[in-house]
Design a protein. Structure first.
Length: 480
């Protein structure tokens, strides 16, 4: 096995002569075998080694004993040793994520800090082929794409360092045989048998069941992961080349915020598989990788296929994608203006200045019907005799606002109610316009939204003898 490890390291250039390698050692069989192999191969690899151990503070006294055991291993092999304790359970609770995910995040953060502090170019971990197979199944059950099913690679970036997996070609049986032959001591983590964790259920339940269909299921899945990883690498390189060609820095907005743009004409000529990857690359470039979800990439694809001048997609971390001509522009969304809630008394004959909206609301009574009035601004007309003027106010929108409407497309009119929020959504009103626009309202019932709809309440009929006209004057918001 030792020579096969050496061949794997050289084939994938995991370690170059003169480099310093941090070994992540938990005290379990995998990391202890990794440690023994690396120490024995050190003269041929011409590298320096450092042992790092993180106490997850999950197993009480057993975790303390693990840390002491790994420190004793370092002394026995004559290698420098660094350790750290992290409260994984508290980290998981604070961020509302799983224990396994929290442990992995904190562990790699520690490895990276230690590698930087001790000038290690590489960080080696004890992942093997069984881990690869379990990861493939976990990601398959989560609905991952080919990138996820490609699973673990022998070497990958870890910030500006590299994470390497010297034992990746070997199955657990190989590692156990090596440990028995070399009489390697190691610690046993009882939580590895707990079916509370999804990976353990896959290891102890799903894989044995799948083996009844194909006794070599692990070898087949490991081979599939390797094949998909090669194909994913090729597609990723193609997507990177297209990304560099089609995505450029754009002129910043008036506030000086950075912006990027995608040229959509050559983008549409690409195969959908490359389009998907380019969209994902854009989001990973703009945002933290962990913030990018499959739904964000899918929403971006829909936006790219919808050449509507007002179409926009709001993304995590304040980014927004908008159409500008034949390009898609990515920029930081401007913080919304905070418009305070305002309320003014309504005057049936008079004019009210709405300072927050920069407009005036004018109302007047007249006996002339609407067809004889010349109103250029948005206006509404009500039956003046029925209109409850003293109970009506002018205000901006509130949660729960609704309007009474009528459907005249049937033989008999059908009355119904609808939320103001839904009406504004249908009209695709931007947030600022929703907050600023003055409404005529009686309680939570809205009688008029300038530029949008008038209520069916107090409507003009053939019997109306006096009309109440309400109009907006001197508007400064052209979208109202």
């Amino acid at each position: 096995m030792l020579q096969r490890v050496l061949k794997h390291i050289r084939e994938h250039r995991l370690i170059e002569p003169g480099e310093r390698v941090l070994l992540g050692v938990s005290g379990g069989i995998d990391s202890c075998v990794l440690l023994d192999c690396m120490v024995r191969l050190q003269p041929e690899l011409h590298c320096d080694l450092l042992i790092a151990h993180m106490n997850h503070l999950l197993r009480g006294q057993a975790a303390e004993e693990d840390a002491r055991f790994v420190q004793e291993l370092a002394e026995r092999y004559g290698l420098p040793f660094v350790s750290e304790a992290q409260d994984v359970a508290r980290y998981a609770k604070e961020r509302q994520i799983g224990i396994e995910v929290s442990g992995r995040k904190l562990r790699y953060q520690f490895f990276l800090r230690a590698a930087r502090e001790h000038h290690c170019e590489k960080v080696a971990v004890g992942h093997h082929a069984d881990d690869q197979v379990e990861t493939v199944l976990m990601r398959l059950l989560r609905g991952s794409g080919t990138g996820g099913l490609g699973a673990m690679s022998p070497i990958r970036p870890l910030a500006e360092r590299w994470l390497i997996r010297p034992l990746l070609p070997f199955f657990r049986d190989d590692i156990e045989r090596y440990a028995a032959r070399r009489e390697i001591r190691y610690r046993t983590d009882e939580t590895n048998r707990s079916l509370q964790f999804a990976r353990n259920r896959i290891r102890h339940e799903l894989l044995p069941y799948l083996a009844t269909y194909n006794p070599r299921i692990k070898e087949r899945l490991a081979g599939l992961a390797e094949q998909l990883a090669r194909e994913e690498e090729f597609l990723h390189r193609q997507a990177q080349a297209a990304f560099r060609e089609m995505v450029q820095r754009a002129m910043p907005d008036p506030q000086g915020s950075s912006a990027w743009q995608l040229d959509l004409e050559p983008f549409r000529a690409l195969h959908p598989a490359l389009q998907w990857r380019i969209g994902k690359l854009i989001l990973e470039y703009l945002m933290k990788e962990e913030e990018v979800r499959r739904v964000h990439v899918a929403d971006l694809q829909k936006l790219m296929a919808n050449p509507h001048p007002e179409a926009a997609l709001h993304l995590p971390e304040g980014w927004v994608a908008r159409w500008t001509g034949n390009r898609l522009r990515f920029e930081k969304d401007r913080p919304p203006r905070t418009t305070p809630a305002y309320t003014y008394a309504f005057a049936e004959n008079g004019e009210v200045l709405i300072r927050e909206a920069g407009v005036r609301l004018r109302a007047f009574r007249a006996v002339e019907p609407p067809e004889k009035q010349r109103l250029n601004a948005p206006w509404a007309v009500f039956d003046a005799q029925k209109f409850p003027g003293k109970d009506v106010v002018i205000r901006n929108r509130r949660p729960g606002d609704w309007m009474r409407l009528v459907d005249n497309s049937r033989e008999e009119p059908v009355f119904f109610t609808k939320k103001i929020k839904a009406l504004m959504n249908e009209a695709k009103w931007p947030p600022e316009q929703r907050r600023m626009t003055p409404l005529l309202a009686r309680g939570s019932e809205v009688l008029w939204v300038p530029g949008l709809r008038q209520s069916a309440r107090y409507a003009v009929t053939a019997e109306t003898s006096e009309f109440l006209y309400v109009t907006v004057v001197g508007q400064t918001n052209s979208s109202m």
